[in-house]
Design a binder for this molecule. Structure first.
Ligand code: ACO
Length: 327
């Protein structure tokens, strides 16, 4: 028997992708690669690319407005905006305050979090702490990226993998019994280990090179660590709640590579029909990938009220984490 406790309940979601969908075949025009190689190794068929002048804040604003509309609320009741990105419009101020301004909100607070592909999981975890401690009642959590801007378009080992997009959810303080039957976020687990920082990074920054830099990755090394790290945080969620893969309705992982997703689901004994895959449509959109996948599965009717959902991500740092929630 649990006791009454505050839970962070999702009351709405939204997403946005730039108009331009770039098919794998377009890379064949300027790189030694093929649609077949990309699909076979990654599951990616296309990715969206932001238009000239279209920024992370633009994508985030669209996703935020869609989430507010879906929840049927205005910004007046939002206490906090947390925006996860590794591709901010500017080094500062935070992209979150730009979005706050555009939404016509000048109360409360807004800040960015940076955990690369795990950014949305870190942002949800942070939001959950604010809600459960009573410091916020409604939080807009956004994942938004324009990775196309930090890609080395001459490097076939990285540029074919990533895309642009944004997704958002709104969390609201609700009441639970402290049991795994509750609605909302049941448990969050985040981790990082900077000893892996050189395996996936951007080779520039304001304090080091005074340039933005480009994404560099040892793909094989990332792949080698991914499944173990994902298993670690998902097992932690099961240990904390007494739930198991059999109890899940949906597994909504970070969308980096279909082979990583399949291998993780297999190791964790998650049935393939419970796995939400959008990497084919979006590529790896880093912090935006999970909220984009959530919104896709909600809007196409797969995710329903009361469903148990496991979110999981792993990315640069390395960082990794899981969020187990009941929709
Ligand atoms: N087209 C054609 N050939 C290619 C391409 C390409 N786009 N890219 C690499 N190759 C070649 C390589 O040069 C290599 O050739 P070689 O054997 O002559 O040297 C061959 O294909 C095999 O390359 P591998 O790196 O062994 O290919 P692998 O099967 O490991 O797939 C991949 C590479 C897709 C990058 C994979 O390792 C992977 O997905 N890693 C994880 C990446 C990931 O998830 N990153 C995101 C983490 S989240 C974040 O924080 C951003």
């Amino acid at each position: 028997m649990g006791s009454r406790m505050i839970r962070s309940v999702v009351i709405g979601c939204g997403s946005y992708t730039p108009k331009k969908a770039m098919k794998n075949a377009e890379f064949e025009e300027f790189l030694d690669t093929s649609d077949e190689w990309i699909v076979q190794r990654t599951g990616i068929e296309q990715r969206h690319i932001a238009a000239k002048g279209e920024t992370t804040a633009d994508l985030a604003e669209h996703a935020a407005r869609a989430a507010l509309e879906n929840a049927g609320i205005g910004v007046d009741s939002i206490d906090l905006i947390i925006l996860a990105t590794s591709t901010p419009d500017n080094t500062f101020p935070a992209t979150a305050v730009e979005v706050q301004h555009r939404l016509g909100m000048n109360h409360g607070a807004a800040f960015d979090t940076q955990a690369v592909c795990s950014g949305f999981v870190f942002a949800m975890t942070t939001a959950d702490q604010y809600i459960r401690s009573g410091h916020a009642k409604r939080i807009l959590v956004i994942g938004a990226e324009t990775f196309s801007r930090i890609l080395d378009w001459k490097d076939r080992t990285t540029c074919v993998l990533f895309g642009d997009g944004a997704g958002a959810v709104i969390l609201e303080a609700g009441e639970g019994k402290g049991s795994s039957e509750d609605e909302g976020i049941l448990t969050c687990h985040i981790r990082s280990d900077g000893s892996h920082k050189d395996k996936l990074y951007v080779d520039g920054g304001p304090s080091s090179t005074q340039t933005t830099g480009y994404l560099r990755m040892e793909g094989k090394e990332v792949f080698r660590h991914a499944v173990g790290m994902i298993t670690d945080v998902i097992t932690a969620a099961y240990d904390a709640t007494g739930l198991s893969s059999e109890d899940l309705d949906w597994f909504i992982p970070h969308q980096a590579n279909k082979r990583i997703i399949d291998a993780s689901a297999k190791k964790l004994k998650i049935a393939s029909q419970k796995v939400v895959i959008t990497v084919n449509m979006h590529g790896n959109t880093s912090a935006a990938s999970i909220p984009l996948a959530i919104d896709t599965a909600v809007k196409d009717g797969r995710v329903k009220k009361g469903d148990l959902i496991m979110l999981e991500a792993m990315g640069g740092g390395f960082t990794w984490g899981s969020v187990l929630l009941r929709w």
